[in-house]
Ligand binder design. Sequence first.
Ligand code: SF4
Ligand code: SF4
Length: 159
Amino acid sequence: MHTQEKHKIDFSFREKLNGIAEGYRHNFCYQCGACVADCPAGMYSDHFNPRLILLKALLGFEDELIRPDSEIWDCTNCYTCAERCPQDVRPVDVIIALKNLCVRTGNAPELILKTSDPVLTSGITTKITSVVDRRRQEMGLAPVGTYPVDELKKITEGD
Ligand code: SF4
Ligand code: SF4
């Protein structure tokens, strides 16, 4: 958020976020900052701040949040912020909702899509090569099976 620049508050973004699973939680944030102190992404990044992400959501900074290089992709999904928040906002769930909005609008990073697409087609994130098969055999592990992805597709298509 650039404090020197003028930004018109866009309340319509709240409605957009409310339409994504768990996105409505951002409405309960009162900006106390309790989610920031123990956030590991915040500790190792100069620009990552869950309180600020929630503020951007409340003010409708869609152009900063919904993009492939948005700071939301630095969240580790550790859920520490969910334990700290006195308002039960569960900031991580709002961040996941923002990520889902990115995917829906074609704003997800390539790397994320490369990892998630195979899950929808094979149920696993890793390509199983003959080398992997051989190593598993050497370690006495069973071959990687096939997984039903129909249920998974139904879940990811719904809200
Ligand atoms: S889940 Fe919460 S505490 Fe963990 S990295 Fe993401 S914003 Fe920070
Ligand atoms: S702890 Fe909860 S209420 Fe406080 S700033 Fe973070 S998300 Fe908002």
